[in-house]
Design a protein around this ligand. Structure first.
Ligand code: NAG
Ligand code: NAG
Ligand code: NAG
Length: 220
């Protein structure tokens, strides 16, 4: 009996050993999917002071239906991917958010052109920039992407005289300006705003972005 148990244990161990990943197998954090998500900053280089690690994308309103996309420690804005299956499969989707009371007016992520404050990323009423979204399979990591860019960075800026300093977001095209932080924006699964969307799409997302221990996973 003891012998059989030991043999079974040995067989089990060898099964586990053969199933265990080798050092060269990349591992990725577990994602699920959701229609709604928030966007959480993961600083990959040159953090700001105070740190913007785990801050979330929200709106800094500058007028009726216009806002800058900024990072804040709390009050994340809820987003969702919009587009037909074809739009999403061919990088033609947009990323929207509901506004108004009740929250039914679509505001969309709008990319800026260059690196000046006025070219920062906005969240404005309307259709938004096509070609932004959450990366989809076979990409093993779900992140916010914009076609034609080299990622994103965040800078502390005062965008108008007398305005409070805020951490504004920019699409990176070339280099990150000195004093700014490279950030990856990761989708965190969220409850919806309550609005019903015409083109519901699922996006990959993480249950708890801040809880991901990147040292256990691939390094880029
Ligand atoms: C998140 O940041 C950590 C630390 O900079 C980095 O190792 C990891 O690759 C980042 N994750 C992504 C998806 O970029
Ligand atoms: C990340 O930010 C959220 C607030 O948006 C907070 O509840 C949570 O404790 C933070 N986690 C870490 C590890 O900083
Ligand atoms: C959402 O996507 C659909 C399908 O492409 C499009 O007809 C609609 O105008 C989009 N909604 C907004 C607010 O951009």
């Amino acid at each position: 009996m003891v012998f059989i148990k030991a043999a079974t244990a040995a067989a089990l161990l060898s099964t586990l050993a053969s199933a265990a990943p080798t050092a060269t197998t990349p591992q990725y954090p577990q994602q699920t999917s959701s229609e709604s998500f928030t966007l959480i900053a993961n600083v990959t280089s040159g953090d700001l002071s105070p740190s913007v690690q785990n801050w979330s994308v929200t709106s800094y309103h500058t007028g009726a239906g216009t806002a800058y996309a900024v990072l804040q420690a709390d009050t994340p804005r809820i987003f969702y991917a919009n587009g037909t299956a074809q739009d999403l499969a061919f990088n033609g989707g947009t990323v929207l958010s509901d506004e108004g009371t009740p929250a039914t007016i679509p505001a969309a992520i709008v990319l800026g052109g260059g690196d000046s404050v006025t070219d920062s990323i906005s969240i404005n009423d309307g259709k938004g920039t096509a070609g932004v979204g959450i990366t989809r399979g076979p990409d093993p990591i779900a992140i916010f992407y914009a076609a034609g860019g080299a990622g994103f960075y965040a800078c502390e800026e005062t965008f108008a005289p007398g305005a409070a300093k805020s951490v504004m977001l920019f699409q990176k095209h070339d280099v990150t300006p000195a004093g700014c932080a490279d950030v990856v924006l990761l989708p965190q699964c969220s409850a919806g705003s309550g609005a019903v969307h015409a083109n519901p799409a699922l996006s990959g997302c993480y249950a708890d972005v801040a809880g991901i221990d990147w040292s256990m996973y691939y390094s880029s």
